[in-house]
Ligand binder design. Sequence first.
Ligand code: PLP
Length: 430
Amino acid sequence: MTDAPNYGFDTLQIHAGARPDPATGARQTPIYQTTAYVFRDAEHAAALFNLQEVGYIYSRLTNPTVAVLQERVATLEGGVGAVCCSSGHAAQIMALFPLMAPGKNVVVSTRLYGGSITQFSQTIKRFGWMAKFVDFDDMDAVEAAIDDDTRAVFCESIANPGGYITDIAAAAKLADAAGIPLIVDNTSATPYLCKPIEHGATLVVHSMTKYLTGNGTVTGGVVVDSGKFDWSASDKFPSLSAPEEAYHGLKFHETFGPLAFTFHGIAIGLRDLGMTLNPQAAHYTLMGIETLSLRMERHVQNAEKIAAWLESHDAVAGVTYAGLDSSPYKARKDAFCPKGAGGLFTIKLKAGYDACVKFVDTLELFSHVANLGDTRSLVIHSASTTHRQLTPAQQEAAGAGPDVVRISIGIEDADDLIADLDQALKAASA
Ligand SMILES: *Cc1c(COP(=O)(O)O)cnc(C)c1O
């Protein structure tokens, strides 16, 4: 299926990017488990290496199974192209790599997945890049943080560990005014619940490890490009607008237009950083995406029921779910995630840190793991695990204080999940 702008989400999640295998007629996308591809002749090889012809050379750069997944996610997000990577964290580096340079900075939300906070506050400094952390509820502060060396703005749609929804349109407006791209991590929402590009995002990144694959089998990431950003409007993005030595002075934006970022991601990013997704992982993720809308509907339905039940429980001091009427982010949920606020939220236990530890140890149906977005329900005490490396202030800012437990609601029977939560809350507050 190539051009089908009128199909609905449920159709696209099964068909976008895929066609019967031209060699065999195989209806399901084959796993092309190959490292290299035979050139027709020396001239064909030269054209491929010069980027004059699109095709397959070596699976560090491109692979037919991965290509189907790239086209499928790009279509679901409303982008023009996508580059898959080996993990969500790899996708974040791949998204920033063409934009940044030593001395440049990215303005990022304080409300991010714990691993992203560590990646941005510590590791990217090794590249000479810097992140400025700002509370995205204060758009004046975001605007003030953007300076002449800022090359991107970064936030999450529904922020991990849940319950917070970013005003993507307001962030996009500030990024636009500064002539820099807005990058939105859409992992917790998925394109079924939120379409960041429709609200002005330039790039969307995902950890496909979570809801896109959906069953805890794969580590993968993807960068989707809206194709809407003018990389040549200023001299801020020379990787995309200026001659590239490695390709005989080719200018990516001039040559590839709206696909410049995607081509750069493959021809430079994957070629030289090597954070490639393997075809087997792409296959699992394609299988997962076929049922994305069905799963997200059930995640939302279960989360709404369970969050409401938890909110009225004696042992619980608070529930952050943005789908609750009591949530301060209810209006943003309606604006940016009208089909629901996802399956991820946190609860605060009145009895504090020790009760949280007892709670996660007593749950039976919920697994205590460092993952989310699985068909099965998961739980984690962020302060003692994923957010452990953060300072207490960073933990609080990220919504992961010592008395907070993060819950990823699966697609099991909601009443069974409620019964399990009930017995564990009783044990924890005894
Ligand atoms: C898990 C996660 C990541 C990192 O993804 P990996 O696939 O684990 O590298 C990034 N952002 C969010 C919101 C996540 O939940």
